[in-house]
Design a protein around this ligand. Structure first.
Ligand SMILES: Cc1cc2nc3c(=O)[nH]c(=O)nc-3n(C[C@H](O)[C@H](O)[C@H](O)COP(=O)(O)OP(=O)(O)OC[C@H]3O[C@@H](n4cnc5c(N)ncnc54)[C@H](O)[C@@H]3O)c2cc1C
Length: 825
């Protein structure tokens, strides 16, 4: 009995050690040989049995260790089965999967992230020239923008703002200097968009779009020399305003199915007979469309007469169409949630255009989807993550200030616990979001086109912005609801769903892209197996598949063992970086543990559900959530190191990391609760959480510290909101900032007044302010009274909301119109 127990323990220990260290098959074989010998000794089987066991062992070991035998006996059969069950992929699906590159996501998928590698990457930095642009033209542009004037009065950017944007090169930030552009890094591009987003959504979007997925980006990667030389300098100087039109009323998320089409045919162009294409399209939601001079157009190109000599259905094609071309209908506008950046439909019927309008020329006919997916992988990393971070920086600064200026129950509302809870959340999200923005833009500057990580950044930054703006609205109460020049949150609240919807609507991004693409691209073996099965034949396929699948099996066992070992040791053995800061080292351990758990769970989910996992979006969405949380935590920990371990910021890191780890754990819990194969779900729960679910939500005390950062002027608040436009002067947010500083400076005087009232030294009188009563009674000096009065004036200005004539000024507008127009109005 004792011997059996000992033997079982030895088997378990050997399994755990081999699995934990992911030793090769030979090591497993030697260990199995030793265990077999030990079994022979313990069980005293006798000579004959020992010989039989040894023979069986040698046969199995030979099959496992000699690749040719292993392939014939095992992996070739698996390959045949795999080929049968692997669903066929359309060329658009394949191009989407292949698009972009893999970076830190591969480490997270490996189950053993290499923290030293991550921390060795230098902190992304702006060049002196980029910083000067931010401090100069960007600051100036922000000061020129008055959001109420733009969104309500003009419903467009003022002409001088448009001109400034064009003249200073804002539309050509990604265009290299040799074409007259600013040639900025992704980090600088992101910093510009972020700063503008803290001031005017319309200005930020108008600048963001030409620098994102669109004509310039496509030309840079795929344009012919002639196209680049013609268009890039014009785009850089704002002589062309570009837009990119993909979305059709019938095809939004499923953009590859656009019904817009072009037919290759002969026609006449500028008096010359030539081979061209006759294009018909109907697009909507196109940003900058109404003012664009250059329309980037996506359509499906057909060549029914085979004039180009190849296939009939050439596929999605991207062309550049000057909007003054006869037959182009453009100029009408949509009104996206009261945001007034230019956005609208456009269409054309049988518009003839030369083939060399195709981006890249006729050889790129049909390659549009590959071009779009490749550019999207990088572009998505900047625009919407960045504008969301800008929005949240502004919310952090303004909401913190307002919560300190606005008092109820004789207390600044930011000190009331319910408000503090919401404010602390905003501040901590702000830190994590900015960390993610910088790390993702930094990846693009390292030459990556991080397809999965950009989807994570897009989804989670926009969702966090939505959570933060909801919190900010609650904190502002009625002040946030009544629109007008004195409302700095309402427009942000209105526009949040726009970022959620564009560049891959969020539900789809979460459920299809983050895990769906990640599981194939970022997984160390799945893509190799798929390529061996679908793109290779004969011995080459057999060798490649054998190598990938055996490594894959080792990877699964190792991750399962490590997830279990980390579970029973509270992550004490989990991998951490060299010289980790003692105050954050446990977060690396927890993340390594969850990375192993995630990798194991991802593999077993794919094994249990196969191709059906793609349709099980509730499961794949949650798997995506786990991967995303691990990425957000990585970015946060890296930022702490990159900024030199600033201890003052620790509450933000602690809250944000703990919150993300808790959410990752909850996502795993929900996957297991809904896992279709119940016995496997039980096994997984036992392996991943052997001692129960140990991650807890952030503590209230941390939340208090985070809120305090937003409520106190100083370095921590400035660092948290760094890179935003800090308002000066007379407009509403400038007054708010001044009121905030004045409120804090006056707190000792307010305290004197409070005590004086309590002790009966002054008796409040209706219509007389406490300050003058205190001054009359010599309880405060004349200077203190002046300081207090200024603070009160600023406070009153801050809490004021806008009101309008009963007809919202319509009569005044009608009066200014010509009599005919006035009658019509
Ligand atoms: C203000 C604005 C600006 C835009 N700018 C441009 C532009 O410049 N150029 C351009 O070409 N397009 C632009 N778009 C279009 C934008 O990219 C699309 O709105 C977006 O792709 C979603 O398409 P849809 O609105 O038709 O939603 P639908 O495709 O109808 O989707 C509706 C919902 O279903 C979800 N969904 C769809 N498929 C799946 C799935 N398989 N699994 C799970 N959920 C799914 C989506 O996530 C979404 O929540 C813009 C849109 C807006 C609103």
């Amino acid at each position: 009995m004792l011997a059996t127990l000992e033997y079982t323990l030895a088997v378990v220990a050997v399994f755990l050690v081999l699995g934990y260290f992911r030793l090769p098959i030979l090591a497993w074989t030697l260990a199995a040989a030793a265990l077999l010998w030990y079994l022979g000794v313990v069980a005293a089987f006798g000579y004959g049995t020992n010989i039989v066991l040894a023979a069986v062992f040698v046969a199995v070991a030979a099959v496992l260790n000699i690749p040719i035998l292993r392939r014939k006996a095992f992996t070739d059969h698996v390959l045949a089965l795999y080929r049968r069950i692997l669903p066929d992929m359309s060329s658009t699906e394949k191009e989407a999967i292949d698009a972009g590159s893999v970076w830190w996501d591969a480490d997270l998928f490996s189950g053993r992230p290499d923290w030293n590698k991550l921390l060795a990457i230098p902190a992304p930095r702006l060049s002196a020239e980029e910083q000067a642009f931010l401090d100069g033209p960007v600051e100036e542009l922000c000061a020129m923008c008055n959001d109420w004037e733009i969104t309500h009065e003009r419903q467009d950017l003022p002409p001088q703002v448009w001109q400034f944007i064009k003249d200073k090169g804002f539309l050509g930030m990604i265009i290299p200097k040799r074409y007259g552009g600013l040639g900025f890094s992704a980090l600088a591009h992101s910093a510009v968009v972020m700063k503008l987003s803290t001031r005017s959504g319309a200005a930020a979007i108008s600048v963001m779009v030409p620098n994102s997925l669109g004509p310039a980006e496509l030309l840079l990667h795929y344009g012919t020399e002639e196209q680049k030389n013609h268009y890039l300098p014009r785009l850089a100087r704002g002589l062309e305003v570009p837009c990119f039109a993909l979305t059709n009323p019938e095809a939004g998320s499923d953009a590859a199915s656009i019904p817009d089409y072009g037919i290759v045919c002969k026609g006449t162009w500028q008096g010359r007979e030539m081979l061209g294409m006759r294009v018909t399209w109907d697009k909507r939601y196109i940003t900058l469309g109404p003012v664009a001079t250059l329309l980037g157009l996506a359509f499906r190109l057909y060549d029914p007469e085979k004039l180009l000599g190849g296939k009939e259905d050439l596929g999605i094609t991207c062309a550049l169409v000057p909007t003054n071309t006869a037959g182009v209908n453009i100029g009408r506008r949509h009104l996206p949630l009261n945001q007034v950046f230019q956005n609208g439909p456009n269409s054309g019927k049988d518009v003839f255009m030369p083939l060399d309008w195709i981006i890249g020329g006729p050889e790129y006919a049909g390659k549009g989807w590959m071009m779009l997916m490749g550019c999207l992988a990088a572009g998505r990393a900047i625009s919407l993550p960045t504008s969301s971070v800008g929005g949240v920086k502004a919310l952090t600064r303004f909401t913190g200030a307002y919560a300190r200026v606005r008092s109820q129950f004789k207390t600044p509302i930011g000190r009331l616990e319910g408000v503090e809870e919401a404010l602390g959340r905003i501040a901590a999200h702000c830190y994590m979001m900015d960390a993610t923005r910088v790390m993702t833009a930094g990846a693009v500057d390292l030459g990556e086109k991080p397809a999965v990580l950009s989807a994570i950044a897009k989804y989670h930054m926009t969702e966090r912005a939505r959570a933060c703006v909801n919190d900010a609205m609650d904190i502002h109460g009625g002040k946030g609801i009544c629109l007008g020049p004195n409302n700095w949150v309402g427009r942000g609240y209105q526009m949040t769903p726009i970022a959620i919807t564009v560049e891959g609507a969020n539900i789809l991004t979460r459920t299809l892209i983050i895990f769906g693409q990640g599981a194939i691209r970022a997984h160390p073996y799945v893509l190799r197996e798929m390529r061996a099965a679908k793109e290779m034949q004969g011995a080459e396929a057999s060798r490649e598949f054998d190598d990938a699948i055996t490594s894959h099996i080792g990877h699964v066992i190792s991750n399962g063992v490590r997830a279990f070992v980390h579970g029973i040791t509270s992550s004490r053995l989990a991998h951490t970086p060299r010289n980790a800061a003692p105050e954050t080292v446990h977060y690396y351990r927890f993340t390594s543990r969850l990375s192993a758990a995630f990798a194991f769970l991802a593999d077993l989910s794919m094994l249990a559900m196969g191709g059906a996992l793609k349709r099980k979006e509730k499961i794949s969405g949650r798997l995506g959530d786990v991967l995303s949380m691990l990425y957000l935590v990585s970015a946060t920990l890296k930022r702490y190191e990159d900024q030199g371990r600033i201890r003052e910021d620790l509450p933000l890191i602690r809250w944000a990391v703990r919150d993300a780890l808790y959410h990752a754990q909850q996502a795993i819990d929900q996957i297991l609760s809904n896992f279709p194969v119940k016995p496997l779900a039980r096994f997984l729960r036992w392996t991943l959480f052997p001692l129960g679910m140990s991650f807890r939500p952030p503590l209230d005390s941390r939340n208090h510290e985070c809120a305090k950062i937003a409520l106190e002027p100083g370095a921590a608040r400035d660092r948290l909101t760094a890179g935003m436009y800090v308002p000066k002067g007379e407009d509403a947010t400038g007054v708010l900032e001044a009121a905030f500083i004045a409120a804090i400076a006056c707190e000792p005087i307010d305290e004197k007044l409070r005590k004086a009232v309590k002790k009966g030294k002054i008796v409040p009188r209706p219509g007389v302010d406490l300050g003058s009563l205190a001054k009359e009674n010599n309880l405060i000096t004349a200077e203190e009274y002046a300081q207090w009065s200024r603070k009160e004036a600023l406070r009153k200005s801050v809490i004021r909301v806008d009101d309008f004539p009963q007809d919202f000024g319509r009569a005044e507008i009608v009066q200014s119109l010509s009599p005919a127009k006035a009658r019509a109005a």
